[in-house]
Design a protein around this ligand. Structure first.
Ligand SMILES: C[S@@+](CC[C@H](N)C(=O)[O-])C[C@H]1O[C@@H](n2cnc3c(N)ncnc32)[C@H](O)[C@@H]1O
Length: 281
């Protein structure tokens, strides 16, 4: 327990030590996030600026193994802070490679009106980050889970992109009635964990909803379904798929079997294959 007898300059050190002793990764940045969460003012200087009751509650929950994002209902991704809860996957830094790639590929379109789809949108972190980079773009967010779509809407409102956003509750493209070729590209981070691996995942991931993780017996069920639905709709543009390195070969085979062009594969910041861009042209 941290009490208000310590020196303000020792606050970070004390929280860091408590987290680090429990082998919590990134203890230093978590200590910073916790302090900003419990500071009553932006530029805290005195102990009276800190809400110690809230601080100790957060630390207690964190030491029980609950991820910090699920305690404070916030997670940083790309350039923003996203609201997240028990119905959404907490945004992961691994997925930022999708944003970087779209930014590179569409660098000449920064001010043009681009419509795109964020399929399996969860918090909406992918689509919202792109909407913020391309000022005249519009995004259709699609997810099967109503609760997740509500979180997505909250984030769109908080981050001032609600006017550029539409939402569709749909099992993949089942309820989709638009012309698919009106959309310049699709970004999609589908559930991709092999079903029997779900129980072996790290403790943090066990707090994410199973519906956001379970990719079926071999992990690539969603890629198979999405590719076949897009072919049936005669889609002519590209999709940026997040992948798990474990299923890369199977997704590549799916593309080959369907005569689709794999434009590139990219790695995340841990140098793991994380993105496959497929063209339907
Ligand atoms: C891995 S999460 C990705 C969330 C977010 N795009 C991100 O990158 O953080 C997968 C999302 O797919 C949604 N989902 C699961 N099955 C679906 C389906 N059949 N159709 C549409 N969305 C689905 C889940 O509700 C979840 O929000």
């Amino acid at each position: 327990m941290i009490n208000n007898q310590i020196n303000i300059s020792d606050l970070h050190k004390n929280i860091f030590t408590i987290l680090n002793d429990k082998k919590i990764n990134q203890s230093s940045s978590e200590a910073n996030i916790i302090i900003s969460e419990v500071a009553k003012v932006k530029n805290y200087k005195k102990l009276s600026d800190i809400n110690f009751k809230k601080l100790n509650l957060i630390i207690r929950e964190r030491l029980k193994g609950k991820p910090l994002a699920k305690i404070i209902n916030k997670k940083g991704f790309w350039k923003e802070i996203f609201f997240t809860n028990e119905f959404t996957l907490d945004p992961r830094a691994d997925s930022e490679v999708l944003i970087e790639s779209v930014l590179e590929d569409f660098s000449n379109f920064k001010k043009q009106k681009i419509k795109f789809i964020d399929l399996c949108s969860g918090t909406g972190c992918l689509g919202i980050s792109i909407l913020n980079e391309f000022i005249n773009s519009e995004c259709l967010f699609m997810d099967i889970c109503n609760h997740a779509l509500n979180v997505n809407k909250i984030n769109c409102k908080n981050l001032n992109v609600i006017n550029k956003s539409t939402f569709l509750k749909s099992d993949l493209f089942m309820n989709f009635k638009n012309n698919i070729n009106d959309f310049k590209f699709i970004i999609c981070n589908p559930p991709y964990i092999i079903s029997e691996d779900i129980l072996k995942l790290d403790k943090d991931t066990s707090y994410d909803p199973v519906i956001a993780l379970d990719g079926g017996e071999k992990g690539y069920k969603f890629y198979q379904l999405i590719i076949s639905q897009l072919i049936n709709m005669d889609y002519k543009n590209s999709i940026y798929f997040e992948i798990d390195p474990k299923i890369k070969k199977n997704v590549l085979k799916l593309a080959m079997d369907n005569n689709l062009k794999v434009l590139y594969i990219k790695k995340d910041y841990l140098k793991l294959d994380r993105l496959i861009k497929i063209s339907f042209h």
